[in-house]
Design a protein around this ligand. Sequence first.
Ligand SMILES: C[S@@+](CC[C@H](N)C(=O)[O-])C[C@H]1O[C@@H](n2cnc3c(N)ncnc32)[C@H](O)[C@@H]1O
Ligand SMILES: [Zn+2]
Length: 398
Amino acid sequence: MKSRLLRWLVCPQCFGDLTLFAAQSGRSSLDADDHEILERVAPIGSSEEIEVEIMSGALGCQACGVYYPIHNGIPRMLTYSSEVAEVHARGNAAWLSEHLGNYKLPSGSPPPGEENVLRNFSTEWTGYKWTGDGYWNVSTENALNCKRYELGLGKHSLRDKLVLEVGIGIGGTADMLSRKERCEIVGIDLGYAVDQAQHYFGKNPLLHIVQASIFAPPFRPNTFDVVYTHGVLHHTFSTSAAFRSVAPLAKEKNGMLYVWLYSHEHEKVTTLRRLLMSIEGLVRPVLSRLPKAGQTAALLPTLPFYILYQNLHVRRKYGAANTAKYGWNEALHAARDRLTPPFAHRHTYEEVAEWFESAEYAHLEMLRDEQPPDSVPESYRQNVGIRGFRREAAASDK
Ligand SMILES: C[S@@+](CC[C@H](N)C(=O)[O-])C[C@H]1O[C@@H](n2cnc3c(N)ncnc32)[C@H](O)[C@@H]1O
Ligand SMILES: [Zn+2]
């Protein structure tokens, strides 16, 4: 965890300030270009802020009497007990009793089904060997084009902005966006994908990685210039409740929020797809409850279909340079993503637009109205992708 993150990180239970207790930290220096970007996003207070990285320690909230572990360089901000918090407590017992004797681990209750969401997505990401060649079905270079299209970067620059990605997964797009668009990004994710993200991209000084849930974000309202989330909110017990939890995080008076969610329309684009989606609806609730080995065994027979569909159909349609080649590793990752999440809700543009309006967002922009570059798969706009800009909250909400 970079010290600078403490500017924005707060207790997810009470929004109070956190005290940093560092057990193990290191120092690294910043090149002039990155220094300039950070300075423009938020003026740098001291060299400590940008040079010191905490590898192990804790963040204490005095008001709640709880501490959040920093483990493997990542602040773990879950408000209920978790495997990583227990591992950290066992490995640092003497240090914790010396420095945080009066603090306890958080012991709240998770939102419905969230522990199983955490387990399944953690399996999906930690078992995936990222090669650097692509993200999902697109090549790495084209993944950046896709994000530029989604976020409307032709009209809304990210330059010098503070950005939050909700559900970063392995963190590759946040890494690219921060470097290419010259912004500072905080990425949260519920699961142990954050450890993969830290492994691959932890050295990027423009990127902060945090383990936290959408339902208890460790940030105050009105913090970020831009908040975006792709393929995440529909994997929670309630997409609309997840939306209401992230909507206040963008700044009033023009903070941008972008969400991308599965749609009903995309489910029905072809008869084959309709059939596959019906099968998915039956199989997913069963697979999501199985242990990892059982899931893997059940998914293995589907992998040749993923590989053939991607390598023969998708690559021909969008061009080899724009798409990723699937082997077993990529196919298993895609199959897990489709068939093991406990929740995968579908929505309409109209429904999600109403959520934006109820959360005081205006000037909505919809991907279905925007022609993408040829390299961007059609599924981007066949699903629901909406950007909105936050108004000033009504006095009654303050
Ligand atoms: C399908 S993946 C998408 C990852 C990334 N946005 C991408 O497009 O590659 C969904 C991600 O949402 C995360 N997620 C699910 N529920 C979450 C929650 N309550 N809070 C934060 N992240 C969550 C999962 O851990 C997973 O990494
Ligand atoms: Zn607190």
